[in-house]
Design a protein around this ligand. Structure first.
Ligand SMILES: Nc1nc2c(ncn2[C@@H]2O[C@H](COP(=O)(O)OP(=O)(O)OP(=O)(O)O)[C@@H](O)[C@H]2O)c(=O)[nH]1
Ligand SMILES: [Mg+2]
Length: 370
């Protein structure tokens, strides 16, 4: 697989974004044979014409015998077609993916549960539909210019659009049915006054590892992006007579396709409905600040921005000098907790914090002068 990183700087070491893109490709089960630098700085990079970009990609494809080219940014349907056509003219039949399609592909591969599969299917259809709409308005403009109406392309697109619309409707109804049970369980827990905790965070931050460590569960853990796609809820023991319900769910990433966020609404609802979010961060990642911002952006998008949040700085075993500890603001509110899900260091601090949130023990917060 040949990877073109559109947003990378023109020179310098592989950026974090490049590394992440390469990991995304690997997570889709492919080998990255070459990472090409982007040409966003060039004025005609939108069409790639005359930039030498197609030739550069063609050379790399030939050299490695690659069958796929991945662009780490969004491409329009016509850009995909143009690049595929240009490469085919050079004698190389390759499939072109953009970032959205790559992520959809990974989700498609990982979906295990019935609900997950339906949601991925919905995201794919909705993504496909946006491309049809784009093609459609392009045709409309052309038609207007020629002063004619109708045409075979228009009819086909209209038909496809209607078919996709019907399929989307059916899928949404099926998803609603499947997710009904979970909503019922959730409202049961809410009525019982159980503290509902949701693990959220960037993909590969260690949410599932932490979940397993805290609950003794056996959720799938892997050093790959989007290892988890479903939501699992378990009882979390806090103290003698106190427990919470904790959920592990799908991770987020920068530029998470909107169609996926919309389709995974039901899965992500667990976070919206939680009393507390444990926002898990890989404290060893050089791009942790961008990752925190990307997660908060998705949380906002799904309406969970106002759910109380504790940052869990995980993986402190990989950062020399970091110790398990709780950091509070001047009013005593817990801001972050430093832990290692692998060594178990600091996990009792999470239980303590949740007990505090549940109101089971008096908080040691100082009265806030503000
Ligand atoms: N050294 C170290 N590795 C960790 C820690 N927590 C998780 N990992 C590793 O990080 C990788 C990802 O862990 P997961 O628990 O699958 O991460 P996740 O956040 O659930 O990822 P997704 O489900 O893909 O969003 C695995 O290889 C874990 O072993 C930690 O505290 N220390
Ligand atoms: Mg996981």
């Amino acid at each position: 697989m040949c990877l073109d990183i559109g947003r990378a700087a023109a020179a310098g070491r592989a950026s974090d974004r490049e590394q992440e893109a390469a990991r995304l490709v690997e997570s889709a089960g492919a080998d990255v044979v070459e990472v090409l630098r982007g040409r966003r700085d060039r004025p005609d990079s939108k069409t790639f014409a005359g930039t030498g970009k197609i030739e550069e990609i063609g050379d790399a494809v030939r050299l490695h015998g690659a069958h796929t080219v991945v662009f780490d940014h969004a491409l329009s349907a016509s850009q995909v077609r143009n690049v595929e056509r240009a490469l085919a003219e050079g004698g190389q039949a390759v499939r072109v993916y953009d970032r959205t399609e790559l992520i959809l592909e990974i989700f498609g591969q990982r979906a295990r549960s019935h609900e997950g599969k339906l949601q991925v299917e919905l995201a794919r259809l909705e993504h496909h539909a946006t491309r049809l709409v784009r093609g459609w308005s392009h045709l409309e403009r052309q038609r207007g210019g020629l002063g004619k109406t109708g045409g075979p392309g228009e009819k086909q697109i209209e038909l496809d659009r209607r078919m996709i619309g019907e399929e989307v409707k059916k899928l949404k109804a099926r998803i609603a049915k499947v997710t009904q049970d979970r909503a019922t369980q959730r409202s049961g827990r809410a009525r019982a006054g159980v503290l509902r905790v949701s693990l959220v965070g960037y993909t590969n931050a260690g949410k599932s590892t932490l979940f397993n460590r805290l609950t003794g569960a056996d959720a799938y853990v892997a050093d790959q992006l989007f290892a988890t796609l479903d939501t699992t809820t378990r009882k979390l023991w806090l103290a003698n007579d106190s427990s919470a319900a904790i959920s592990d769910t799908v991770g987020f990433i920068q530029d998470l396709p909107h169609s996926l966020v919309a389709a995974f609404r039901a899965t992500l609802d667990e976070a919206v409905q939680a009393d507390v979010l444990l926002h898990v961060v890989d404290s060893a990642s050089p791009s942790r600040d961008e990752q925190i911002a990307a997660v908060n952006k998705v949380l906002k998008e799904i309406g969970a921005a106002n759910v109380p949040q504790i940052l869990v700085w995980n993986q402190i075993d990989r950062v020399p000098g970091l110790q398990p500890e709780v950091i509070r603001d001047p009013c005593g509110k817990i801001l972050n907790i430093k832990v290692s899900a692998v060594t178990g260091a600091g996990l009792e601090l999470i239980r303590g914090a949740l007990l505090e949130m549940a109101g089971a023990t008096p908080t040691d917060a100082q009265p806030c002068a503000a």
